[in-house]
Design a protein around this ligand. Structure first.
Ligand SMILES: *[C@@H]1O[C@H](CO)[C@@H](O)[C@H](O)[C@H]1NC(C)=O
Ligand SMILES: *[C@@H]1O[C@H](CO)[C@@H](O)[C@H](O)[C@H]1NC(C)=O
Ligand SMILES: *[C@@H]1O[C@H](CO)[C@@H](O)[C@H](O)[C@H]1NC(C)=O
Ligand SMILES: *[C@@H]1O[C@H](CO)[C@@H](O)[C@H](O)[C@H]1NC(C)=O
Length: 485
């Protein structure tokens, strides 16, 4: 008992005395044994853990808990000053609010002559956390350089770390490596650490790739008419952001009350109001940052848009076909040029028109012409014109061969010049004419003959044949029927 009271006196001191001092010699008694085995115990930070130590036949021996050389308890007396430690049911050791530093071996020892002990290994599970990136901070790299970032994560057990970008895995370890990064590699990269304890931890890293501007134009050809407005736009991507300047021909554009520049996101606009003939020409947007510069060029033109064909690709007849098209022009269309010829190709096969484009582009279209068996028809349109009207024109080709494939091209001219040549249009003639007039299938179809020009506006219109090409054109006849709506 004297010994016990000495221990009580000393309970607030850290006593580094081993329990060997308290050896008791029990004569004839059975040797004490443990009824609980050594174990490994896992706990999450903050948990309360119980380290069991049950002893059989203790006799007068003393039981002590030790951690390394520190004595935590001796007998039923708590020696350690740690307020989180408790002895329960004699020798079970309870540890509350465990911390990472509590991890380690705890021995429950019986102070026999040859002391015996069980050892519990306490593992503290620590949810993952991300300590940071190496190198630190947001990253700016030049296009084509090399990027290497380590994601430093902690936790117990050691978390597995991976990188992803927009949900796509970029690396399955802590190191993110990019060789030759491009602008599309810029963005938010997510580092995720997971060790199965708690929820995975993640942190974002912003990567910026420095590159010279990349410029596209939404439309490299913009149509306008006298007094209309026009929107020219360039799409600019760059990092760092570029300064965008507009040029007309080679001169920087000076702002006037008729011009206005704007930008939203990647899109840069040049808006021209009350366009005049003198505004037509080439406009260039030049985008520049410290990595370089790039430009996009747009033509502002008064010429008509390309013609678009509207007729069905199959004729109802074996020897004639009514071809129809529309054209969009903000200034009155004065003339059309129609080219057609028998095509050796079937309707479905793809086809290049490059060869004859060159022959006709930029021609004055004064007379009919035949090149490579093309027949050319020049048609003068004379009509009152409504702004923004889409003009539909039709023309009947006669003297065609039955069961044949033809190809056709049309160009339109207004006072500003000729439109670009249309895409090639293919049509086929029938082997036989339909049985008229009792053929029920054809009753409902309106018959269109001759040359017709129909403006979708409510004006009447006229079309005058100017001239026609030589051999095939003799087979054509023009009935001079004009359609007005
Ligand atoms: C021109 O661009 C502006 C964008 O600032 C837009 O609001 C406007 O509708 C555009 N006009 C046309 C005709 O596209
Ligand atoms: C320009 O167009 C190209 C090809 O379509 C595309 O790869 C590029 O991203 C575009 N650039 C911009 C700035 O829109
Ligand atoms: C257009 O006509 C003019 C005068 O008739 C002529 O000098 C010029 O060469 C012609 N251009 C073409 C491309 O035929
Ligand atoms: C033009 O037509 C003639 C006879 O009609 C034909 O022999 C010739 O091959 C054709 N030329 C081309 C380039 O189609």
């Amino acid at each position: 008992m004297a010994l016990n009271s000495e221990w009580i006196v000393g309970r607030w001191m850290v006593i580094l005395v081993t329990v060997h001092l308290f050896v008791y010699q029990g004569n004839g008694a059975k040797s004490p044994t443990f009824s609980t085995p050594s174990s490994t115990i896992q706990a999450v930070v903050g948990d309360t853990v119980l380290l069991p130590c049950k002893v059989v036949d203790l006799g007068n021996y003393l039981v002590a808990w030790k951690r390394g050389i520190a004595v935590l308890t001796a007998g039923t007396v708590k020696v350690s000053p740690d307020e989180r430690l408790f002895l329960l049911d004699n020798y079970n050791l309870q540890l509350r609010a465990v911390q990472e530093s509590d991890a380690g071996d705890y021995a429950c020892q019986i102070a026999t002559i040859q002391p015996i002990e069980i050892t519990h290994t306490l593992q503290i599970l620590v949810p993952p956390h991300i300590e940071g990136f190496s190198p630190e901070g947001s990253l700016e790299v030049e296009k084509g350089s090399r990027v290497q970032v380590d994601c430093v994560a902690g936790g117990h057990p050691e978390p597995s770390v991976s990188w992803s970008k927009n949900g796509r895995k970029m690396s399955s370890d802590a190191r993110l490596e990019l060789h030759n990064p491009q602008k599309q590699d810029a963005g938010m990269y997510l580092c995720t650490a997971n060790n199965g304890v708690g929820i995975p931890a993640s942190a974002q890293l912003e990567l910026n790739v420095l590159y010279a501007p990349d410029v596209n134009v939404s439309n490299n050809w913009i149509h306008a008419g006298d007094g209309s407005s026009a929107n020219l736009s360039c799409i600019v991507e760059s990092y760092p952001p570029a300064i965008v300047t507009w040029y007309r021909e080679t001169k920087p554009l000076t702002p006037t009350e008729r011009s206005e520049t704007r930008s939203t996101g990647h899109q840069y606009w040049l808006m021209l109001h009350h366009v005049r003939s003198s505004d037509f020409g080439l406009y260039t947007c030049v985008a520049e940052n410290r990595m370089g510069k790039a430009k996009g060029t747009i033509e502002l033109s008064g010429k008509p848009h390309r013609v678009v064909f509207t007729s069905q690709p199959e004729s109802r007849y074996k020897d004639r076909y009514t071809i129809a098209w529309t054209v969009h022009s903000l200034s009155p269309v004065e003339e059309f040029k129609l080219l057609y010829r028998r095509s050796s190709r079937s309707l479905s096969s793809p086809h290049s028109t490059a060869r004859y484009f060159r022959r006709f582009d930029g021609s004055n279209n004064t007379v009919a012409d035949i090149v490579d068996n093309w027949s050319e028809v020049a048609l003068r349109a004379s009509q009152s014109w409504e702004r923004d009207a889409k003009h539909e024109t039709s023309f009947e080709l006669k003297g065609l061969e039955p069961s044949a494939t033809y190809e056709a091209l049309v160009q339109a001219r207004n006072k500003f010049g000729w439109s670009q040549i249309s895409d090639t249009f293919h049509f086929v003639t029938r082997a036989y004419d339909p049985l008229e007039p009792s053929e029920p299938n054809f009753h409902s179809e309106p018959e269109v003959r001759g040359i017709g020009v129909r403006a979708l506006s409510s004006t009447s219109s006229k079309l005058v044949l100017v001239s026609a090409g030589l051999p095939l054109i003799t087979l054509l006849s023009f009935t001079g029927v004009f359609y007005g709506t």
